[in-house]
Write a protein that binds this ligand. Structure first.
Ligand code: IMP
Length: 219
């Protein structure tokens, strides 16, 4: 059995991804997903590239080089059309960004050095900046997999709208204010299996799973 390490300390993400792997019994018998804890690694993983692809590669490469293991990392951004597709790659640090960020995209070096704001602070800024603007948005996830010394990318997207208020308590991040198209509930009102079936990360992980299944079936 091959072990793939997931380069994140985010327990919600780990649980979501492990859940998807477990729903594929054949693959579950071929690959085991392990967390950073099993490597005894608790430090922060650098995430300083300016794109989702760059961050996913940076995180996967950092763990690969440090521990010489096969591993993967995901990076996700919330892209809001009326805000010039921002906060995007800066979703985790949105509340730290300068006032003009939505218009100019300018990111000050100081804002990158600050500790991450809370999920609630990021949501508050988003709701404040959107006010009466159109509320179309999408989550985009990119996974970078480094396996057998080769690098692969997988992407997943889910379209939806930003709600005016928080709904639900499950999930994490912007889940309480993101309602996926075709649903009348926010991500935070869906259980993990339903979120995974339609979410950005769910789709990116499924793309990786299909790739691993095709590869495993090769003679
Ligand atoms: P990361 O850098 O991939 O961990 O994600 C950046 C930020 O995007 C996180 O801090 C969350 O605020 C947000 N985010 C990522 N995935 C999700 C999700 O599935 N639901 C809601 N917010 C998310």
């Amino acid at each position: 059995m091959k072990t793939l390490y997931l380069a994140t300390h985010n327990l919600h993400k780990k649980e979501e991804i492990q859940n998807i792997f477990e729903s594929h019994p054949v693959l579950g018998g071929l690959f085991r997903i392990e967390s950073m804890d099993s490597l005894g690694f608790h430090e922060e993983i650098p995430e300083t590239a300016g794109t989702l692809e760059g961050n996913a590669l940076q995180k996967a490469r950092y763990i690969h080089q440090k521990f010489n293991v096969d591993c993967f990392a995901d990076d996700t951004g919330l892209e809001v059309a009326a805000l010039g597709e921002r906060p995007g790659v800066f979703s985790a640090r949105y509340a730290n960004m300068p006032d003009s960020f939505e218009e100019s995209g300018f990111v000050s070096p100081e804002s990158l050095k600050m500790p991450d704001p809370t999920f609630d602070q990021n949501i508050d800024r988003l709701l404040f900046k959107l006010q009466n603007k159109p509320r179309q948005a999408r989550f985009r996830s990119v996974i970078c997999l480094i396996m057998d010394e080769r690098t692969y990318y997988f992407e997943g997207v889910v379209n939806g709208i930003i709600l005016h208020e928080r709904h639900g308590i499950q999930g994490f991040g912007y889940d309480p204010v993101f309602q996926p198209d075709g649903f009348d509930k926010s991500f935070a009102e869906l259980d993990m299996a339903r979120k995974n079936a339609i979410s950005h990360r769910g789709k990116a992980v499924e793309a990786m799973v299909s790739f691993l299944e095709r590869r495993a079936a090769r003679p």
